[in-house]
Design a protein around this ligand. Structure first.
Ligand SMILES: Nc1ncnc2c1ncn2[C@@H]1O[C@H](COP(=O)(O)OP(=O)(O)OP(=O)(O)O)[C@@H](O)[C@H]1O
Ligand SMILES: [Mg+2]
Length: 328
C-alpha cells in the first residue's frame, strides 16, 4: 500500500533571473513501512521535493504541477489550514542540522511537549507522559527530559529531533540529511535507530542523503535525482548491482563504500547545471561519458526498463550490463 505517491511534481523558485526549475516532473512512491532514499549531487532538488510534500517551501517557491497523494488525499488540493492539520500528524520532517535549532534556554522535554500541545487535544500531564514515551522510543533516558540542549551530545540532540518528528504519530517521516553533521559512529547509531523505528512502528520514511552507502544499508527503494529530474528509480538491490543510468554508476563510484572491498574513488567531471537554464535534451548529457548527438537534442523518457526499475536514458539497452560501479 502506498502511503505517499508523488506524480509529475514540478516545483520552481521565482528569482530576478527567472524561474529556477528545481523539480521538473518527478514521480515516486513510498509504500507503507518502507524507506525510500533520494540521492543526487548538491542542488539537484532533493530538499525542494521534500519541502513541496511538507508544504513548507520558501515564499518564492511555487508548485507548478503534479499531484502529492498522502494517505489517499491530494495535498495540493488542500488549503493552508487543512495542510496545517496534515503536517506533523501525517507527515513530519527532520532537517539537516535540526539538532542545532533547539532553543538553548528551554529544556528539551518542554520543547517537545509544546509541539504536542499545539497539535493534539491533550492535557499538559498527558503531553509530558508522551514526551517520556518518545524519549524511550528514541533510546534516550526518560529521566533526562528536563535537561537542556547543551547537556546532550549532537547525536542525542538529533534523537530529540526524531522524537519531535514522531510526536504526533505521523505515518511518514522525511529525513533530509539527518546525519550529515554527525561523526561516523554516531551516524551509524542514528541510522540504526531509524531502521528500528521503521520496523517497530511500521513507519514509512523518506531519507534524503548524499551518502549512497547509507541508502544501500537502510532503504528499500531509491530515486537518483539529477538537475531536478529522476534519472533512475528502483529497488536498492538492482540500483547498486546493475545500474541502468550512467549517472547512477558514476555517483556510486564517487562515494566510498562502507561494505565490500575498497576501490579507488572517481570524481564525476564537471558540475550540475544552473537550473534557471538547464541543458536541453538529457540534463546530464554535458557530463555523460556515453552522450551522443541525440542526448543534447531530445529528452529521454523515464521508462520502466525492467519490472519496477525505471530509468531515463536513450541508451539503456546499449549500456545494459556494461555500467560498472564508478564507470566512466
Ligand atoms: N529559495 C530559493 N530560491 C531560488 N533558488 C533556490 C531556492 N532554494 C533552492 N534553490 C535552488 O533550487 C535547486 C534545488 O535545490 P535543493 O536545495 O532542492 O537541492 P538539494 O538536492 O537538496 O541540494 P543539497 O544536497 O545541497 O541539499 C538548486 O539549484 C538551488 O540553488
Ligand atoms: Mg538539500
Amino acid at each position: 500500500m502506498p502511503i505517499l505517491e508523488v506524480r509529475g511534481l514540478v516545483t520552481h523558485y521565482l528569482t530576478m533571473q527567472g524561474p529556477v526549475e528545481a523539480v521538473s516532473g518527478v514521480s515516486f512512491t513510498v509504500d507503507e513501512g518502507q524507506t525510500l532514499g533520494l540521492a543526487g549531487e548538491s542542488g539537484c532538488g532533493k530538499t525542494t521535493a521534500a519541502l513541496s510534500i511538507m508544504g513548507l517551501l520558501p515564499s518564492n517557491g511555487r508548485i507548478i504541477g503534479g499531484e502529492i497523494i498522502l494517505d489517499g488525499e491530494d495535498l495540493l488540493k488542500k488549503d493552508e489550514s487543512e495542510l496545517r492539520e496534515t503536517r506533523w500528524r501525517k507527515v513530519s520532517i527532520v532537517f539537516q542540522g535540526a539538532m542545532n535549532a533547539l532553543n538553548p534556554v528551554i529544556n528539551v522535554g518542554e520543547q517537545i511537549a509544546e509541539a504536542i500541545l499545539e497539535k493534539e487535544e491533550v492535557t499538559r500531564d498527558e503531553a509530558w507522559e508522551r514526551v517520556r514515551e518518545l524519549f524511550d522510543l528514541v533510546e534516550l533516558e526518560p529521566g533526562r527530559v528536563k535537561e537542556f540542549p547543551h547537556e546532550f551530545s549532537g547525536g542525542m540532540r538529533q534523537r530529540v529531533m526524531i522524537a519531535m518528528a514522531l510526536a504526533c504519530n505521523p505515518k511518514l517521516v522525511i529525513a533530509d540529511e539527518p546525519i550529515t553533521a554527525l561523526d561516523v559512529i554516531v551516524q551509524n547509531q542514528i541510522m540504526e535507530l531509524m531502521k528500528s523505528l521503521q520496523s517497530r512502528m511500521n513507519l514509512s520514511q523518506m531519507l534524503i542523503t548524499h551518502d549512497l552507502s547509507v541508502i544501500a544499508e537502510t532503504c528499500d527503494r531509491v530515486g537518483i535525482m539529477y538537475a531536478g529530474k529522476l534519472m533512475e528509480y528502483a529497488d536498492v538491490g538492482p540500483i547498486f548491482k546493475r545500474p541502468l543510468h550512467p549517472y547512477t554508476s558514476l555517483l556510486i563510484g564517487a562515494y566510498p563504500s562502507i561494505v565490500g572491498e575498497k576501490r579507488p574513488l572517481k570524481f564525476i567531471p564537471g558540475a550540475p547545471p544552473n537550473l534557471i537554464d538547464p541543458p536541453k535534451g538529457c540534463r546530464f548529457h554535458p557530463r555523460c561519458p556515453y552522450a551522443q548527438e541525440i542526448c543534447g537534442r531530445e529528452e529521454p523518457s523515464f521508462l520502466e526498463e525492467e519490472p519496477g526499475h525505471h530509468a531515463a536514458c536513450h541508451f539503456v539497452d546499449e549500456l545494459r550490463g556494461t555500467l560498472s560501479i564508478g564507470d566512466g
